[in-house]
Structures are given as structure tokens and as C-alpha cells.
Design a binder for this molecule. Sequence first.
Ligand SMILES: [Zn+2]
Length: 651
Amino acid sequence: MNIHLQEPALRPLPLGSIRPRGWLARQLRIQADGLSGHLDEFWPDIKESRWFGGEAEGWERAPYWLDGVIPLAFLLDDEALKAKVDRYVNYILEHQTEDGWLGPSQMVWTAGQSPTPLQHYDLWSLFLILKALTQYGDATADPRVAPAIEKCLRRIERHIDYAPLFNWAMFRWFEALISIYWLWERDGHGREIGPSIGEDRGDKQWLAELAIKLHAQGFHWRDFFQRWPLTRPTPRGRWTYMGHVVNNAMAVKAPALWWRLTGEEADRTAVYDMIAKLDQYHGMVTGMFTGDECLAGKRPTQGTELCAVVEFMYSLELLLSVLGDPAFGDRLEKVTFNALPATFSPDMWAHQYDQQVNQVECSIRDDRSWNSNGPEANIFGLEPNYGCCTANLSQGWPKFAAHLWMCTPDGGLAAVAYAPSTVTIEVGGAPVTVALDTEYPFRETLRFTVTSAQPTRFPLLLRIPAWAEDCRLQVEGEEAIIPTAGTFHRLEREWRATTEISLTLPMQPTLLPGYNGAAAIARGPLVYALKIGEEWRQVNQGLPHRELPHADWEVYPTTPWNYALAVSPATLAQDVIFREHPLGDMPFSPDGAPISATVRGFRVPDWGMENGSAADVPASPVAAAGPLEELTLIPYGCTNLRITEFPVASV
Ligand SMILES: [Zn+2]
């Protein structure tokens, strides 16, 4: 057996090659100044984690946090945050056992509990810490990282012979492929050497064997989706690994990762099949699917767990890399600019466990219609419902920033998702920098500046979103062209000194179909939602660690929300009027929204509350009973309370 790895369509750049600018840099700073950057100072599950020698949780939480805080620290080049990361990673590396085990080895974190045998340890947290360490290795070139990862993977390879995968590691087995491939493509010092197709890589065959064993012991997501039974909301009170929303968000990348080893076309097509089925039966207009916390159907008042949002984003980033399909870039932007910021308070000190697309009240209630989550799953706070998201929320923005640009196999650069940033790579031994200045997604214009120290030939690929019909691309001093929507547009030339490129992506309003005949308004990558007045009430003051600024909050509406829209597809461009506002320091907040829309609508008096949520959207079309009012919509990502799926009028 001599197995080679298939080359990914696009290769992510080492952490540190991309720097955030503009609003993206400010957003990462908000994250670093909020819960994410300070969690280790007071939250026992990080501060006193068993991963760092403490007595608190010793499984997934510290690795989750590091998986996001490592890229955050290096993207911001924040000395204090980097020092924290160094300290924690050092502790983990220095405490690796002789036989390769990393971190705690017992599923025990309550004083007095008796020790568990090693074979009862769920390996998921090891897959997770290895993934985090690959980022640290790339960012620092620390020579200890590759040997530590190798030692641990060899330990896992022996371990699963007598203790096969179970529970989380079984359903997330493919996450181990990330560190397996990372090591495969590195030399003993952690330097990238690529897949070396055609060369005998006998020294790496044990990694292929490990991957094959993990695949055999892990859950077969591709097979499961071929005859997929999860076409209805998960019944109340049932909880399953197969229908778990986070597992599904992670699993959509499993066939693509596995394809790198098999080269089988069916593994590539399975990705599309899985996403299409999740969309059809559980999809939301935000690009996410419901899960509170198992797949929950199409009602816009069902919740979606924050972990699913950040994991789906990461899956899309890897799918962009492996398959190179620009459609994954469109989807990544939709989730990132809508579902991600919406589920945080604007200062990122508080987050929800579950967000709702129609969310008119965030409160603690026993009678919520979640499938298996608790009474406080949609409040904003430190650890509403369960603390996984508290640790895992850190990876969303940083990994998005780290995957905006990728390398093409022929030595070029591809812009796969858009946000203000600078990327630097070496082409033919000379540094090349591309800076993107833009207020996208709140504006239509993107300005790229390519700077090459010496005349250098390489292709620059720009993603043209599928919604961007009649977009306009102009390279300095040349005639403008109209690239094809839904493709990567390739600009190949000899780049000299400085070249300015301008790309305009025209955004037209569209109606997205929703539940029970409802509709949502989207424009470009942004989905729009009703701006609702908010009253924030601090709660849970008696619980530990809930002092400001990391308190828990209920949010109640202070303005009406039960509106139908007076819009029709034929006149939509006239029905919805968009207005730009200055892009301030907190763009993802109701008052800081850099763009808003006005649209006419009317109250639907019969549409009320049910169990703390908006009742089911009345069937459309609804007859206009009351007077028409002018309604203000803002981007979904700027809202905390909202109606997104509206009934529509019979006009
Ligand atoms: Zn979670």
C-alpha cells in the first residue's frame, strides 16, 4: 500500500500571512477585549482547566478556547494575548507523557469522583487540541509542535486498537484528519513540504493507516445521508448524536477531507448532497440550519446552537480549500455576516446558546419549544444552557479572517471571501502584498492594491458571488470588464510595482422563501430583519462569575413586531429603499448598523406570542387590515431581537 494525498484545489495560508484591516480588525479587537480574550482570567473551565494543571473541566473546553484564541492572538499580533497562548501551549507540550498522550486522560472533573480507565476517555478532545496545535505550529514555527503532534497521533494509533472510538470522537473522527494531513505535509521540523504526489512517502504510510482505521471506526456520514431519515424535526425530548446540529455542521466536510485520501468522486459529491438535505428540511434564511440542539425543522422560532455556526463556518472554509467551489465562499459570507454576529451582544461579552431567526424575546422560560435545550438557551450571557459555546465561540471571526485568501496550485492568490485585509506571500522569491480596502458587506465596492517588489507573474483569482450579476471589474488603466457571476475570475499578468483594481458587486434586493409562505429580504450577502426596540434586564446575579461585564441578560421587545410586509417580487426594487450610514466602531449593533432599509408593512393583530417566542408565522398571503406603516429593517447580524421571516400581503 502506498497512498498519496490528493492536492486541495486551494491551499490555506499559514497563520500570520493575512492581516485584518478596517472593520474586520476592529471586530477582532472587540472579540479580544470581550469574553474571548479574558475567559482564562475568571472562568474556572479555562482558568482552572485540567489541561493547565487545575481541577476543573479537563476535556474539550480548554482546547476549544485555544482553537480560537491562537488565531485571534496572531491575527491581531497582540503581545499580551500571544503571551497567554504561549504560556498555555507550553504547559501542554511540556506535560506530554513519554508515550505521547497530551492533556488529561480521565473523564473526571469533580472532586471526589473516582478515576476512570483510560479506555473510557473520549478522544474528541485530543483531535481538537491537535487541530489547535497545527495553527500554533504554523504561526510560530516552534520546532516542538510537529514532533508533539506525531507522538500523540502514534499514541492514538495504538490506543484505538484496544479502545475503539465511541461517543463524540466516533461522530467527529474526521477532525483527526486535519492534524494527520498537516503532519503528512510537513517535514520533521514542521516545515510545509506538500503532498509530494508521485514520490514514495513510505515514512508517512502509518498516517494513512491511522486515517483508515479512524474512518472504519467512525460514523459513516456519507452512507447515513444516502438514505437519510432525519427529514422531520427531532421529537421533543429526544437527543441524538446523528441529529446533533453541531455534529452535522462539522460532518459536511467529512467526505471532502476523506476524498483527499480516496480520490473517489462520490466523496466530493456527497458534500453537496448533505448540505442540500440539511437545507431542504432544516435550513434557515441565514444559511444555517436549526438545531436546539438536534435538527429542528423549518420553523423560524426554532434555535440554532452557536457551536453549529462557528463549526459550519470552519467546514465551509475547508470545503473552499479542498473543492475550490466559489459557492462555498457565498455560503461562508452569508453565515459569517448574519448568523455569527447576531448571536453575540455587540460588545461580545455575552452570547446565546440558541439564536432564532424570528426572535422577539430572550428570556428564561420552562415552556420553550426547544427539542432538548434548557429554559435559558436563548438569553445572552456567560454560559447559557451549557458552556461548550462559551469556549468554542472564539474560533468564528479569527478563522474567517485567516481563510479570506488562499494559494492556487500554480503559485497565485485567490480571494475566496471578502473583508478588509492584507495578504503577503512570496512569489518567485519576492514578496507580494495585496491589500483589500472595503466596507463590504455593507457596501458594493472593493479596492485591491497589488504591490510587487519586482515584476512578477502570477494569477489573482477573485470570487464573483452568484448573486452579483453585472458586476464590474477594472484594473487600473484598462477597460472595465463584466466577469461571470458564480465563478472565480482569473487575472493573470506580470504585476509591476503597484496596481489598483476595483470590483463592484451590485446588490439587488431579493425575497427568500420561508416557513408557511413567509418571506425574508436579502441583498447581496446580507439578510435584513425588523429592528425592534430592546430592554436588557440583568439576570442570574446570584450565580457564580456573573458580575459585569460578563453578566447574563434577558432581552424584551419595547416596540411592536407582528408585521406583514407589503412587498411583491415584481416591484421589490421600489418596495425596499436602502440607506447607508457611516460605518462606526461597532457595525454589528442595532444602533451602529451601517445600512438600513425601509419597507411598508402593517400589523397582524392575531399574530402573538407562544411560549416566549413569536407564534407560527401566519400563512401568506395575509389581507391588509390596518394602516400601512413604514418599517425599518437592519442587517440580521446587527440585531439582537428581530423578525426576519415575515408574512406577506395579498397586494
Ligand atoms: Zn455549543
